[in-house]
Design a protein around this ligand. Sequence first.
Ligand SMILES: [Zn+2]
Length: 544
Amino acid sequence: MSFEIKDRDLLARIGRLETKSGVIETPLLLPVINPTIQSISPKTMENTFDCKALITNSYIIKKHFQDKVAQKGIHDFLDFTGVVMTDSGAYQILEYGEVETSSKEIVLYQEKIGTDIATILDTPTGWATSRTHARYTVKQTLKAAKELTKIKSRDDIVWVGPVQGGQHLNLVARSAREMGKLPFPIHALGSPTRVMEQYMFDILVDMILTAKMNLPLERPLHLFGAGHPFMFALAVALGCDLFDSAAYAIYARENRYMTEYGTIRLSQLDHFTCPCPACTKNSPQDVLSMPETEKQKTLAQHNLYASFFEIKRIKQAITEGRLWEHLEMRAHGHPSLLQALKRLQKYSEYLEKHSPITKKSGLFFFGSLGQIRPEVVRHRKRLSKRYSPPKKGKILVLLPQTPMRPFHKSREHQRILKEVEQKIGGKTHNIHVCTYAAPFGIVPTELDEVYPLSQYEIATPHDLETTNYTAQQIMEYIMTTNYERVVLFWDTNLWKRNIVTTCRRTCKKRNIPLVVLKLRIPLNKKTLEKLATSMEHLNLRTLT
Ligand SMILES: [Zn+2]
């Protein structure tokens, strides 16, 4: 049983998980099959939807079918040749308080029916439970996990070690740490269903990342009960590899149409904009007038297609290195998702540490959310920890960002520096040029071709947070270096006054002179002449 990682972006990965019924590629959505009610049969899932794996409930199967399934095996019983994962019945414990089975019984039953990925009988924490109860569920789940090695008799089944603790993050951390010490090839995060139903995605971010930070990173993580395509990108970006969805069928029963950006009631739809077979063959009015069973089936088909399509888009985004851009787009589908993305600020250092360093593509920045991105955090860390400016550079010349990259090759930078050179009589050896640019802050000229400092696009004008962040970076840079003077070329077109006031305050604190020269990018002949005059007036020669 192995999990091989092929591609990564943020904490997401495209992986290959080996099971006895074949290899599955993650991130993967496993539709939930209720053996007693099926809107779409496993056979159809396999043949029409190209579904590679599904999940069903071993407790329900045991209760209703007992030995019948044990004799046939789960694959024959479901008429499905792909990978079958079974849940233990933990959800039933959560709903009804208890189940009429023991941990040992449910382990042996899953072995007997020949499931590929099996789950121990964990004790779900649930939502809004006391710390005492949460602690109890963590303890019970760990107990069941430790018992597994004594009970199990087969070695070809991949066992899942669930993490509990609910919204009590220190318990989630402890549960993950202890569970991670046991030899489980897969882990799962339990009880987030209620969190997801109530759109508390920021809390979900806390729960997932607390679990991730305390589990062995190389093991796949399953997110139980995460069935809506509009939050898949978030969960995948945080390192969830497997999902199960009962939502496609539940939503269909409630006449709800799922999309990658939210849910719409069927009665509110005038047009289907989805390219799936269920939507191209019918209009919303056609579906509304269908008999109940057919309507539910058609909607379930669409919901399932919508879910699979989104997983494909996410995988493509990982391959292209554009998962953040995809995530930001999805986050604008619902305020609760945007709130969750903002919560990532808290974990930006962890994200940076575990995100790939190079990518095949440039980065797109749409606003201040981009400051959370690993590339921005990485540049900040490198500049403060690993970079020192050239020793002979006594004068810091701060030039504004230009639309052209690398900055030092832009017409604007070349013209300004030519002007400076003339004014100081060619004595440029003690000048060090840096660009102040959003979202990275300070970009020393000698580094401006290093990825991704030239390989990005940003929307302007900058928002306030972005301007403030850049000002903050300028301040930190001046405070931690030894320049004797600072010359700031202030592009009044793009940058607000806070860039100047921050520079002024910082230089005062360091007790070094600051010269501010105004200009406007793009430079035209008139502004260049004006700049030359103001430089004349300042007598830059005295600076060197
Ligand atoms: Zn559709």
